[in-house]
Design a protein around this ligand. Structure first.
Ligand SMILES: NC(=O)c1ccc[n+]([C@@H]2O[C@H](COP(=O)([O-])OP(=O)(O)OC[C@H]3O[C@@H](n4cnc5c(N)ncnc54)[C@H](OP(=O)(O)O)[C@@H]3O)[C@@H](O)[C@H]2O)c1
Length: 332
């Protein structure tokens, strides 16, 4: 079978299109013939070697590595101790590695079945970013109906799905941040009531004004840098800030006493840790499937490229040229 493998860490050029033996499913796993493979930003960080540190990647990355975290495909066969009824079924899978291949193994407890008429390419764009957004809003904190939410980086994959998930959960005011007018228009188009810029130190005042001076109940933080600290100016009483990422770097440490005055909570989500809680990942995958089935969640696919051009897909993502997830076609 064809796969994309890297033997050293580095730029997109380390990604090689190679022939590898078909993997064998272990007990509790399924072997999937892939039909669509979603590319994620963490795939790039792994390829660069950034996540090969104890504090940034659960278990680290072992070379040679076939990367990739999410696929749609059909189950060819199951390992021992795996529910045999999956054989022949179309599934969506989240996995710790190995997605960039014509066949791959996934844990049976990290897949959900899809309907035969499901759109493979659209669904392959969802698991990593969608489950992350779901865990942030339903597990790390619980967004209650009517509560207001601020989603940073709302034009991105995690952010745009978080806006839609917040809507499904019955959020009150939903505010998204993005860097350009075009991106802010996109944020409103996916369901945010308001889209604001975050590049001036005064952005928290806009959030206070949009929430009648009370501040928001929940913040999904993905930016970092100065923005991390500024969040606490517009987080309301009993508000919760969920750290998902820091595209601008971590920012200054927060003094814990800052949380006391308005009884606020600071928490975080890191998807790989949840592989030890497959029940919660399953809840997320099912929520996403149901949301798409009901027309409430709209996956955003920016481009489809052949598997053999995965290096180009990484380059596009690194240059921020893609709007929406890039999906790979394993046939070519
Ligand atoms: N905790 C977890 O388990 C987990 C899982 C998945 C992703 N993440 C993290 O969540 C964040 C968002 O991931 P994503 O998959 O949604 O990424 P994405 O689709 O690339 O979107 C990220 C958004 O962040 C903004 N941004 C600000 N500075 C940026 C920079 N230097 N480079 C790229 N984008 C920048 C961009 O919007 P504007 O230009 O409008 O600002 C972009 O739309 C990342 O930090 C990622 O590492 C965390």
């Amino acid at each position: 079978m064809k796969a994309i493998q890297y033997r050293t860490f580095g730029g997109p050029e380390v990604l090689e299109y190679v022939d590898l033996p078909e993997p064998e499913p272990c007990p509790g796993e399924v072997l999937i013939e892939t039909s669509a493979i979603g590319v994620n930003f963490p795939d790039i960080r792994e390829r660069q070697g950034v996540y090969n540190r104890a504090e940034t990647r659960v278990g680290g990355v072992t070379l040679p590595q076939v990367g990739g975290l999410q696929v749609v495909g059909r189950v060819l066969r199951t390992g021992t101790e795996t529910d045999g009824h999956f054989t022949g079924r179309k599934v969506m899978a989240l996995m710790p590695k190995g997605a960039y291949a014509q066949t791959t193994v996934a844990r049976a407890d990290l897949i959900v079945e899809l309907d035969e008429d499901a759109d493979d390419i659209a669904m392959a764009s969802l698991p990593c970013q969608g489950v992350t957004a779901f865990l942030a809003l339903q597990v790390c904190t619980v967004l209650r109906p009517g509560e207001s939410v601020l989603v940073h980086g709302a034009s991105g994959g995690v952010g745009s799905l978080a806006v839609q998930i917040a809507r499904v959960l019955g959020a009150g005011t939903v505010i998204g941040t993005a860097s350009t007018d075009a991106r802010r228009a996109f944020v409103r188009s996916v369901g945010a009531d308001h889209a604001i810029a975050y590049d001036s130190p005064h952005w928290p005042e806009s959030v206070l004004s949009l929430t009648g001076g009370k501040g928001v109940d929940v913040i999904l933080e993905t930016i970092g840098g100065d923005v991390f600290d500024q969040n606490f100016t517009c987080l309301g009483m009993l508000g919760r800030c969920v750290v998902i990422g820091s595209t601008r770097g971590p920012g200054e440490p927060l003094a814990p006493r800052r949380l006391m005055a308005r009884a606020q909570t600071l928490t975080g989500v890191y998807l790989p840790s949840f592989f030890q809680r497959p029940d919660l990942v399953q809840r997320g995958l099912r929520f996403l499937k149901d949301g798409v089935d009901n027309g409430l969640i709209r996956p955003s696919v920016g481009a489809t490229l052949p598997l053999s051009r995965t290096a180009d897909a990484h380059g596009m993502l690194e240059r921020r040229e893609a709007q929406g997830v890039i999906v790979l076609d394993p046939r070519y």
